[in-house]
Design a protein. Structure first.
Length: 459
Protein backbone atom coordinates (compact mmCIF):
# COMPACT_ATOMS: atom_id res chain seq x y z
CA UNK A 1 0.00 0.00 0.00
CA UNK A 2 1.31 3.52 -0.82
CA UNK A 3 2.07 5.92 2.02
CA UNK A 4 -0.99 7.94 1.05
CA UNK A 5 -3.36 4.92 1.13
CA UNK A 6 -1.89 3.80 4.42
CA UNK A 7 -2.42 7.24 5.92
CA UNK A 8 -6.00 7.36 4.66
CA UNK A 9 -6.89 4.00 6.18
CA UNK A 10 -5.20 4.91 9.45
CA UNK A 11 -7.17 8.14 9.53
CA UNK A 12 -10.43 6.34 8.81
CA UNK A 13 -9.80 3.89 11.63
CA UNK A 14 -8.85 6.49 14.20
CA UNK A 15 -11.15 9.46 13.65
CA UNK A 16 -14.64 10.48 14.60
CA UNK A 17 -14.78 12.78 11.61
CA UNK A 18 -14.92 12.00 7.87
CA UNK A 19 -12.13 11.41 5.41
CA UNK A 20 -12.90 12.50 1.84
CA UNK A 21 -10.71 11.15 -0.97
CA UNK A 22 -10.65 11.89 -4.73
CA UNK A 23 -12.96 8.94 -5.48
CA UNK A 24 -15.71 10.35 -3.23
CA UNK A 25 -18.68 12.12 -4.78
CA UNK A 26 -18.31 15.26 -2.71
CA UNK A 27 -14.54 15.57 -3.23
CA UNK A 28 -14.82 18.36 -5.82
CA UNK A 29 -17.12 20.35 -3.59
CA UNK A 30 -14.96 19.72 -0.53
CA UNK A 31 -11.87 21.14 -2.26
CA UNK A 32 -13.65 24.26 -3.50
CA UNK A 33 -12.45 27.50 -1.96
CA UNK A 34 -13.96 30.97 -2.06
CA UNK A 35 -11.59 32.17 -4.77
CA UNK A 36 -11.69 30.43 -8.11
CA UNK A 37 -8.59 29.45 -10.08
CA UNK A 38 -7.05 27.47 -7.22
CA UNK A 39 -6.77 23.92 -8.49
CA UNK A 40 -5.02 21.81 -5.87
CA UNK A 41 -5.86 18.15 -5.33
CA UNK A 42 -5.27 16.87 -1.82
CA UNK A 43 -4.92 13.12 -1.16
CA UNK A 44 -7.41 13.44 1.65
CA UNK A 45 -9.66 16.09 3.11
CA UNK A 46 -10.31 15.33 6.75
CA UNK A 47 -13.47 16.82 8.18
CA UNK A 48 -12.45 16.61 11.83
CA UNK A 49 -15.17 16.22 14.44
CA UNK A 50 -13.35 17.25 17.62
CA UNK A 51 -9.99 18.42 19.01
CA UNK A 52 -8.84 14.80 19.40
CA UNK A 53 -9.26 14.33 15.64
CA UNK A 54 -7.26 17.48 15.04
CA UNK A 55 -4.36 16.25 17.15
CA UNK A 56 -4.51 12.89 15.40
CA UNK A 57 -4.36 14.34 11.90
CA UNK A 58 -1.44 16.54 12.92
CA UNK A 59 0.47 13.54 14.28
CA UNK A 60 -0.18 11.46 11.17
CA UNK A 61 0.87 14.27 8.86
CA UNK A 62 4.05 14.70 10.84
CA UNK A 63 4.87 10.98 10.77
CA UNK A 64 4.01 10.47 7.08
CA UNK A 65 5.75 13.59 5.82
CA UNK A 66 2.65 14.50 3.79
CA UNK A 67 2.04 18.24 3.41
CA UNK A 68 -0.61 19.55 5.80
CA UNK A 69 -2.99 22.40 4.97
CA UNK A 70 -5.55 23.71 7.45
CA UNK A 71 -8.93 24.95 6.32
CA UNK A 72 -11.12 27.32 8.29
CA UNK A 73 -13.55 29.27 6.12
CA UNK A 74 -11.57 28.71 2.90
CA UNK A 75 -11.30 32.42 2.02
CA UNK A 76 -7.53 32.76 1.81
CA UNK A 77 -6.58 34.70 -1.30
CA UNK A 78 -3.48 32.51 -1.70
CA UNK A 79 -5.45 29.26 -1.44
CA UNK A 80 -3.74 28.29 1.79
CA UNK A 81 -6.58 26.03 2.83
CA UNK A 82 -5.64 23.48 0.14
CA UNK A 83 -2.66 21.20 -0.35
CA UNK A 84 -1.66 19.65 -3.66
CA UNK A 85 -1.04 16.00 -2.89
CA UNK A 86 -1.15 16.35 0.89
CA UNK A 87 -3.78 16.35 3.62
CA UNK A 88 -6.34 19.06 4.32
CA UNK A 89 -7.37 19.34 7.95
CA UNK A 90 -10.83 20.79 7.43
CA UNK A 91 -12.31 22.50 10.50
CA UNK A 92 -15.76 23.22 9.10
CA UNK A 93 -17.53 20.84 11.47
CA UNK A 94 -16.12 22.62 14.54
CA UNK A 95 -19.19 24.81 14.86
CA UNK A 96 -19.69 24.96 18.62
CA UNK A 97 -20.61 28.31 20.14
CA UNK A 98 -21.09 28.85 23.87
CA UNK A 99 -22.09 32.37 24.76
CA UNK A 100 -21.96 33.56 28.35
CA UNK A 101 -24.14 36.69 28.30
CA UNK A 102 -23.34 37.58 31.94
CA UNK A 103 -19.60 37.55 31.51
CA UNK A 104 -19.92 38.71 27.91
CA UNK A 105 -17.61 36.06 26.55
CA UNK A 106 -17.99 33.36 23.91
CA UNK A 107 -16.14 30.14 23.12
CA UNK A 108 -16.35 29.58 19.39
CA UNK A 109 -15.33 26.50 17.35
CA UNK A 110 -12.44 27.12 14.95
CA UNK A 111 -14.62 26.26 11.94
CA UNK A 112 -17.34 28.86 12.49
CA UNK A 113 -17.91 31.67 10.03
CA UNK A 114 -18.04 35.31 11.07
CA UNK A 115 -21.66 35.41 9.90
CA UNK A 116 -22.83 32.45 12.02
CA UNK A 117 -21.10 33.84 15.13
CA UNK A 118 -22.41 37.37 14.55
CA UNK A 119 -25.96 36.15 14.00
CA UNK A 120 -26.03 34.09 17.22
CA UNK A 121 -24.41 36.82 19.35
CA UNK A 122 -26.65 39.45 17.75
CA UNK A 123 -29.75 37.65 19.00
CA UNK A 124 -28.55 38.59 22.51
CA UNK A 125 -27.65 42.17 21.50
CA UNK A 126 -23.96 41.26 21.70
CA UNK A 127 -21.15 41.42 19.16
CA UNK A 128 -17.49 40.70 18.51
CA UNK A 129 -16.00 42.56 15.57
CA UNK A 130 -14.89 40.44 12.61
CA UNK A 131 -14.66 41.58 8.96
CA UNK A 132 -17.07 42.78 6.29
CA UNK A 133 -18.21 39.39 4.96
CA UNK A 134 -20.25 36.75 6.77
CA UNK A 135 -18.83 33.70 4.98
CA UNK A 136 -15.22 34.39 6.02
CA UNK A 137 -13.95 31.92 8.63
CA UNK A 138 -13.26 33.24 12.12
CA UNK A 139 -10.11 31.04 12.05
CA UNK A 140 -8.04 32.72 9.37
CA UNK A 141 -9.56 36.14 9.97
CA UNK A 142 -8.76 36.18 13.68
CA UNK A 143 -5.28 34.71 13.37
CA UNK A 144 -4.28 37.41 10.88
CA UNK A 145 -5.75 40.29 12.92
CA UNK A 146 -9.32 41.02 11.81
CA UNK A 147 -10.30 44.44 10.46
CA UNK A 148 -14.00 45.11 10.16
CA UNK A 149 -17.01 47.25 10.87
CA UNK A 150 -16.22 47.63 14.58
CA UNK A 151 -12.47 48.20 14.23
CA UNK A 152 -12.40 51.81 15.40
CA UNK A 153 -14.90 51.07 18.18
CA UNK A 154 -13.44 47.86 19.66
CA UNK A 155 -10.15 47.32 17.81
CA UNK A 156 -9.05 44.38 15.72
CA UNK A 157 -10.64 40.96 16.25
CA UNK A 158 -7.47 39.92 18.08
CA UNK A 159 -8.00 42.76 20.54
CA UNK A 160 -11.19 40.96 21.54
CA UNK A 161 -9.52 37.55 21.79
CA UNK A 162 -9.24 36.29 25.37
CA UNK A 163 -7.90 32.78 24.88
CA UNK A 164 -7.43 30.01 22.35
CA UNK A 165 -7.25 26.23 22.49
CA UNK A 166 -4.52 25.08 20.15
CA UNK A 167 -3.37 21.74 18.78
CA UNK A 168 0.36 22.11 18.25
CA UNK A 169 2.78 20.34 15.90
CA UNK A 170 3.69 17.71 18.51
CA UNK A 171 0.02 16.73 18.82
CA UNK A 172 -0.53 18.43 22.19
CA UNK A 173 -3.68 20.40 23.01
CA UNK A 174 -2.65 23.65 24.70
CA UNK A 175 -4.41 26.66 26.07
CA UNK A 176 -3.02 30.07 25.20
CA UNK A 177 -4.00 33.28 26.97
CA UNK A 178 -2.33 36.19 28.72
CA UNK A 179 -1.12 33.92 31.56
CA UNK A 180 -0.82 30.48 29.97
CA UNK A 181 1.69 30.15 27.11
CA UNK A 182 1.70 33.95 26.67
CA UNK A 183 4.32 33.78 23.89
CA UNK A 184 1.99 31.55 21.87
CA UNK A 185 -0.96 33.82 22.64
CA UNK A 186 1.03 36.83 21.42
CA UNK A 187 1.99 35.06 18.18
CA UNK A 188 -1.53 33.79 17.46
CA UNK A 189 -2.76 37.39 17.48
CA UNK A 190 -1.60 38.29 13.97
CA UNK A 191 0.88 35.53 13.13
CA UNK A 192 -1.65 33.40 11.22
CA UNK A 193 -1.74 29.61 11.16
CA UNK A 194 2.00 29.19 11.75
CA UNK A 195 1.86 27.93 15.32
CA UNK A 196 -0.87 25.33 15.49
CA UNK A 197 -4.52 24.67 14.82
CA UNK A 198 -6.95 26.65 16.91
CA UNK A 199 -9.86 24.39 17.77
CA UNK A 200 -11.68 27.03 19.87
CA UNK A 201 -11.37 30.78 20.32
CA UNK A 202 -12.64 32.67 23.35
CA UNK A 203 -13.78 36.20 22.50
CA UNK A 204 -14.96 39.19 24.46
CA UNK A 205 -18.47 40.27 23.52
CA UNK A 206 -19.66 43.86 23.55
CA UNK A 207 -23.16 45.16 24.02
CA UNK A 208 -24.25 46.30 20.59
CA UNK A 209 -28.06 46.35 20.76
CA UNK A 210 -28.22 48.22 17.45
CA UNK A 211 -26.09 50.22 15.04
CA UNK A 212 -26.81 52.97 12.55
CA UNK A 213 -25.34 52.29 9.16
CA UNK A 214 -25.57 50.41 5.90
CA UNK A 215 -24.91 51.30 2.31
CA UNK A 216 -24.28 54.79 0.98
CA UNK A 217 -23.42 55.26 -2.70
CA UNK A 218 -22.00 58.58 -3.85
CA UNK A 219 -20.58 59.76 -7.17
CA UNK A 220 -16.82 59.10 -7.32
CA UNK A 221 -15.27 62.47 -8.04
CA UNK A 222 -11.82 63.14 -6.52
CA UNK A 223 -13.33 65.80 -4.24
CA UNK A 224 -16.00 63.43 -2.93
CA UNK A 225 -13.48 60.64 -2.33
CA UNK A 226 -11.12 62.99 -0.48
CA UNK A 227 -14.07 64.46 1.43
CA UNK A 228 -15.24 60.99 2.40
CA UNK A 229 -11.81 60.08 3.73
CA UNK A 230 -11.50 63.34 5.69
CA UNK A 231 -14.96 62.78 7.22
CA UNK A 232 -14.10 59.17 8.11
CA UNK A 233 -10.88 60.25 9.83
CA UNK A 234 -12.67 63.02 11.73
CA UNK A 235 -15.55 60.77 12.79
CA UNK A 236 -15.90 59.48 16.36
CA UNK A 237 -14.49 56.00 17.08
CA UNK A 238 -18.00 54.57 17.03
CA UNK A 239 -17.97 54.96 13.25
CA UNK A 240 -16.02 52.58 11.01
CA UNK A 241 -16.22 52.86 7.23
CA UNK A 242 -15.26 50.91 4.13
CA UNK A 243 -15.30 52.92 0.90
CA UNK A 244 -15.12 50.94 -2.34
CA UNK A 245 -14.38 53.13 -5.32
CA UNK A 246 -15.65 50.97 -8.17
CA UNK A 247 -18.06 50.80 -11.11
CA UNK A 248 -21.60 50.71 -9.71
CA UNK A 249 -22.86 47.13 -9.78
CA UNK A 250 -26.21 46.45 -11.43
CA UNK A 251 -28.05 46.08 -8.13
CA UNK A 252 -31.80 46.73 -8.07
CA UNK A 253 -31.47 49.75 -5.76
CA UNK A 254 -28.91 51.43 -8.06
CA UNK A 255 -30.57 53.50 -10.84
CA UNK A 256 -29.90 51.87 -14.24
CA UNK A 257 -28.11 54.94 -15.65
CA UNK A 258 -25.50 54.60 -12.90
CA UNK A 259 -24.64 50.97 -13.61
CA UNK A 260 -20.96 50.78 -14.56
CA UNK A 261 -20.28 54.40 -13.57
CA UNK A 262 -17.52 54.95 -11.04
CA UNK A 263 -19.03 55.43 -7.57
CA UNK A 264 -18.03 55.44 -3.92
CA UNK A 265 -19.83 52.31 -2.74
CA UNK A 266 -19.50 52.75 1.00
CA UNK A 267 -20.50 50.68 3.98
CA UNK A 268 -20.68 52.55 7.28
CA UNK A 269 -21.37 51.33 10.80
CA UNK A 270 -21.92 53.57 13.80
CA UNK A 271 -21.93 51.35 16.91
CA UNK A 272 -23.68 53.57 19.45
CA UNK A 273 -26.81 55.64 20.13
CA UNK A 274 -29.10 56.28 17.16
CA UNK A 275 -29.17 60.10 17.46
CA UNK A 276 -25.41 60.39 17.78
CA UNK A 277 -25.10 57.98 14.86
CA UNK A 278 -27.30 60.13 12.64
CA UNK A 279 -25.13 63.14 13.53
CA UNK A 280 -21.95 61.22 12.73
CA UNK A 281 -23.34 60.12 9.36
CA UNK A 282 -24.56 63.59 8.32
CA UNK A 283 -21.18 64.78 6.92
CA UNK A 284 -21.10 61.83 4.50
CA UNK A 285 -24.62 62.46 3.25
CA UNK A 286 -23.69 66.12 2.67
CA UNK A 287 -20.77 65.30 0.35
CA UNK A 288 -23.15 64.94 -2.61
CA UNK A 289 -26.71 63.94 -3.39
CA UNK A 290 -26.44 60.21 -2.67
CA UNK A 291 -27.12 57.80 -5.53
CA UNK A 292 -28.28 55.31 -2.90
CA UNK A 293 -28.81 56.08 0.78
CA UNK A 294 -29.76 53.01 2.79
CA UNK A 295 -28.28 54.21 6.10
CA UNK A 296 -30.65 53.34 8.93
CA UNK A 297 -30.79 51.96 12.46
CA UNK A 298 -30.48 48.18 12.35
CA UNK A 299 -29.42 45.14 14.31
CA UNK A 300 -25.67 44.69 13.78
CA UNK A 301 -25.88 41.31 11.95
CA UNK A 302 -28.00 42.94 9.22
CA UNK A 303 -24.89 44.69 7.94
CA UNK A 304 -23.67 41.42 6.40
CA UNK A 305 -25.06 41.22 2.87
CA UNK A 306 -26.61 37.94 1.75
CA UNK A 307 -24.09 35.93 -0.26
CA UNK A 308 -24.35 33.64 -3.26
CA UNK A 309 -23.22 30.11 -2.44
CA UNK A 310 -21.45 29.41 -5.70
CA UNK A 311 -19.59 32.66 -6.21
CA UNK A 312 -15.91 31.98 -6.89
CA UNK A 313 -14.26 35.03 -8.47
CA UNK A 314 -10.79 35.01 -10.00
CA UNK A 315 -8.98 38.20 -9.14
CA UNK A 316 -5.65 39.99 -8.99
CA UNK A 317 -5.10 42.13 -5.92
CA UNK A 318 -2.70 44.25 -3.90
CA UNK A 319 -2.90 45.42 -0.31
CA UNK A 320 -1.09 48.36 1.24
CA UNK A 321 -1.14 50.93 4.01
CA UNK A 322 -1.06 54.68 3.39
CA UNK A 323 -1.15 57.90 5.41
CA UNK A 324 -3.55 59.99 3.39
CA UNK A 325 -6.04 60.02 0.54
CA UNK A 326 -6.12 63.74 -0.22
CA UNK A 327 -7.36 65.36 -3.40
CA UNK A 328 -4.20 64.52 -5.37
CA UNK A 329 -4.28 60.85 -4.34
CA UNK A 330 -8.03 60.69 -4.99
CA UNK A 331 -7.41 62.00 -8.53
CA UNK A 332 -4.89 59.20 -9.05
CA UNK A 333 -7.41 56.65 -7.77
CA UNK A 334 -10.07 57.85 -10.20
CA UNK A 335 -7.64 58.02 -13.16
CA UNK A 336 -6.32 54.53 -12.53
CA UNK A 337 -9.79 53.02 -12.15
CA UNK A 338 -10.92 54.76 -15.32
CA UNK A 339 -7.95 53.35 -17.22
CA UNK A 340 -9.04 49.71 -16.80
CA UNK A 341 -11.77 47.83 -18.62
CA UNK A 342 -12.25 45.15 -15.99
CA UNK A 343 -16.00 45.05 -15.24
CA UNK A 344 -15.16 44.52 -11.57
CA UNK A 345 -12.29 46.67 -10.34
CA UNK A 346 -12.02 48.38 -7.02
CA UNK A 347 -9.95 50.55 -4.75
CA UNK A 348 -11.13 49.75 -1.25
CA UNK A 349 -10.25 52.37 1.34
CA UNK A 350 -10.53 51.63 5.06
CA UNK A 351 -9.79 54.36 7.59
CA UNK A 352 -8.18 52.74 10.63
CA UNK A 353 -7.36 54.45 13.93
CA UNK A 354 -9.64 54.55 16.97
CA UNK A 355 -9.46 51.65 19.42
CA UNK A 356 -7.17 49.60 17.16
CA UNK A 357 -4.53 52.33 17.19
CA UNK A 358 -4.52 52.60 21.00
CA UNK A 359 -3.08 49.10 21.43
CA UNK A 360 0.74 49.22 21.53
CA UNK A 361 2.35 47.82 18.35
CA UNK A 362 4.35 45.24 20.32
CA UNK A 363 1.33 43.92 22.27
CA UNK A 364 0.36 41.53 19.47
CA UNK A 365 1.91 40.21 16.26
CA UNK A 366 -0.16 42.71 14.22
CA UNK A 367 2.45 45.46 13.93
CA UNK A 368 0.70 48.22 11.98
CA UNK A 369 -1.19 50.03 14.73
CA UNK A 370 -0.01 53.46 13.62
CA UNK A 371 -0.97 53.04 9.95
CA UNK A 372 -3.93 55.24 9.13
CA UNK A 373 -5.53 53.83 6.01
CA UNK A 374 -5.67 50.36 4.50
CA UNK A 375 -5.99 50.17 0.71
CA UNK A 376 -6.99 47.04 -1.17
CA UNK A 377 -6.87 47.12 -4.96
CA UNK A 378 -8.42 44.37 -7.04
CA UNK A 379 -9.64 43.50 -10.52
CA UNK A 380 -11.45 40.37 -11.64
CA UNK A 381 -10.36 38.44 -14.72
CA UNK A 382 -11.82 35.66 -16.85
CA UNK A 383 -8.99 34.55 -19.15
CA UNK A 384 -5.19 34.14 -18.83
CA UNK A 385 -4.71 37.14 -21.15
CA UNK A 386 -6.91 39.28 -18.92
CA UNK A 387 -5.03 38.03 -15.88
CA UNK A 388 -1.71 39.26 -17.32
CA UNK A 389 -3.14 42.64 -18.27
CA UNK A 390 -4.88 43.14 -14.91
CA UNK A 391 -1.84 42.05 -12.97
CA UNK A 392 0.14 44.83 -14.67
CA UNK A 393 -2.65 47.32 -13.98
CA UNK A 394 -2.96 46.47 -10.29
CA UNK A 395 0.79 46.48 -9.83
CA UNK A 396 1.21 49.96 -11.44
CA UNK A 397 -1.80 51.24 -9.49
CA UNK A 398 -0.25 50.10 -6.19
CA UNK A 399 3.10 51.63 -7.08
CA UNK A 400 1.42 54.95 -7.85
CA UNK A 401 -0.20 55.07 -4.39
CA UNK A 402 2.88 54.09 -2.36
CA UNK A 403 3.57 56.69 0.31
CA UNK A 404 6.52 55.13 2.09
CA UNK A 405 4.84 52.70 4.51
CA UNK A 406 6.02 49.28 3.26
CA UNK A 407 3.69 47.44 5.66
CA UNK A 408 0.94 45.08 4.57
CA UNK A 409 -1.94 43.36 6.34
CA UNK A 410 -1.31 39.62 6.06
CA UNK A 411 -4.95 38.64 5.57
CA UNK A 412 -5.20 40.48 2.26
CA UNK A 413 -1.94 39.10 0.88
CA UNK A 414 -2.02 36.61 -1.98
CA UNK A 415 0.85 34.26 -2.80
CA UNK A 416 3.80 35.99 -1.19
CA UNK A 417 7.56 35.69 -1.11
CA UNK A 418 9.36 35.73 2.23
CA UNK A 419 10.22 39.38 1.63
CA UNK A 420 6.51 40.21 1.25
CA UNK A 421 5.55 38.23 4.34
CA UNK A 422 8.23 40.13 6.25
CA UNK A 423 6.45 43.35 5.33
CA UNK A 424 3.51 42.07 7.36
CA UNK A 425 5.82 41.48 10.32
CA UNK A 426 8.43 44.22 10.36
CA UNK A 427 11.47 44.47 12.59
CA UNK A 428 11.35 42.77 15.96
CA UNK A 429 7.90 41.29 15.25
CA UNK A 430 9.49 38.93 12.72
CA UNK A 431 12.26 37.86 15.10
CA UNK A 432 9.82 37.29 17.92
CA UNK A 433 7.51 35.26 15.69
CA UNK A 434 10.43 33.13 14.48
CA UNK A 435 11.39 32.43 18.11
CA UNK A 436 7.84 31.30 18.94
CA UNK A 437 7.80 29.21 15.75
CA UNK A 438 11.03 27.48 16.80
CA UNK A 439 9.46 26.64 20.13
CA UNK A 440 6.06 25.36 18.92
CA UNK A 441 6.72 24.18 15.34
CA UNK A 442 10.46 23.62 14.93
CA UNK A 443 10.07 21.46 11.78
CA UNK A 444 7.69 23.90 10.07
CA UNK A 445 4.83 21.40 9.84
CA UNK A 446 2.43 24.35 9.50
CA UNK A 447 3.88 25.87 6.38
CA UNK A 448 0.91 26.20 4.00
CA UNK A 449 0.35 29.77 5.11
CA UNK A 450 2.15 33.10 5.02
CA UNK A 451 5.09 31.32 6.43
CA UNK A 452 7.41 32.29 9.22
CA UNK A 453 10.24 29.76 8.95
CA UNK A 454 11.61 28.59 12.32
CA UNK A 455 15.08 29.83 11.40
CA UNK A 456 13.62 33.26 10.73
CA UNK A 457 14.75 32.96 7.15
CA UNK A 458 14.32 30.43 4.36
CA UNK A 459 17.19 28.02 3.99
C1 LIG B 1 -14.74 38.22 0.43
C2 LIG B 1 -13.68 38.44 1.48
C3 LIG B 1 -13.84 39.46 2.38
C4 LIG B 1 -12.87 39.68 3.37
N1 LIG B 1 -13.05 40.69 4.27
C5 LIG B 1 -12.17 40.86 5.27
C6 LIG B 1 -12.36 41.88 6.23
O1 LIG B 1 -13.28 42.67 6.17
N2 LIG B 1 -11.44 41.99 7.23
C7 LIG B 1 -10.37 41.15 7.33
O2 LIG B 1 -9.61 41.30 8.28
N3 LIG B 1 -10.17 40.19 6.41
C8 LIG B 1 -11.03 40.03 5.40
N4 LIG B 1 -10.80 39.07 4.46
C9 LIG B 1 -9.56 38.29 4.48
C10 LIG B 1 -9.68 37.10 5.40
O3 LIG B 1 -9.55 37.51 6.74
C11 LIG B 1 -8.58 36.08 5.08
O4 LIG B 1 -8.74 35.64 3.77
C12 LIG B 1 -8.60 34.92 6.06
O5 LIG B 1 -7.38 34.23 5.97
C13 LIG B 1 -9.74 33.98 5.76
O6 LIG B 1 -9.86 33.05 6.78
P1 LIG B 1 -10.60 31.66 6.46
O7 LIG B 1 -10.57 30.85 7.69
O8 LIG B 1 -11.91 31.93 5.78
O9 LIG B 1 -9.66 31.10 5.31
P2 LIG B 1 -8.79 29.77 5.12
O10 LIG B 1 -8.35 29.85 3.69
O11 LIG B 1 -9.53 28.57 5.54
O12 LIG B 1 -7.58 30.00 6.09
C14 LIG B 1 -6.66 31.05 5.93
C15 LIG B 1 -5.38 30.73 6.67
O13 LIG B 1 -5.65 30.61 8.06
C16 LIG B 1 -5.34 29.29 8.53
N5 LIG B 1 -6.40 28.91 9.47
C17 LIG B 1 -7.73 29.06 9.31
N6 LIG B 1 -8.38 28.66 10.41
C18 LIG B 1 -7.45 28.23 11.28
C19 LIG B 1 -7.48 27.70 12.60
N7 LIG B 1 -8.63 27.56 13.26
N8 LIG B 1 -6.31 27.38 13.20
C20 LIG B 1 -5.13 27.55 12.55
N9 LIG B 1 -5.03 28.05 11.31
C21 LIG B 1 -6.18 28.39 10.68
C22 LIG B 1 -5.29 28.44 7.28
O14 LIG B 1 -4.44 27.35 7.43
C23 LIG B 1 -4.74 29.41 6.25
O15 LIG B 1 -3.36 29.51 6.32
C24 LIG B 1 -11.73 38.84 3.44
C25 LIG B 1 -11.57 37.81 2.51
C26 LIG B 1 -12.54 37.60 1.53
C27 LIG B 1 -12.35 36.52 0.53
Amino acid sequence: MSVEREVVSELRAALNGRVIVPEDQDYERARTTFYGGIDRRPQAIVRVADPGDVAHVISLARQSGLELAVRGGGHSFAGHSLSDGGIVLDLRELQSLQIDPERRTAWAGGGLTAGAYTQAAGELGLATGFGDTGSVGIGGLTLGGGVGYLVRRFGLTIDQLLAAEVATADGQLLRADAETNPDLFWALRGGGGNFGVVTRFQFRLHEVPSVVGGMLILPATPAIIAGFMAAAEAAPDELSTIANVMPAPPMPMVPAEQHGQLVVFAMLVYAGEVDAGERALAPFRKLATPIVDMLRPMAYPEIFAPEEGEYHPTAVARTMLVDRIDLGVAEEVVDRLESSEAPVRVAQLRVLGGAMARVPAEATAYAHRASRIMVNLAAFYESPAEQVEREAWVSDFAASLQQGDPGVYVNFLGEASEAQVRRAYPGSTWDRLAAVKRRYDPTNLFRVNHNIPPAGTET
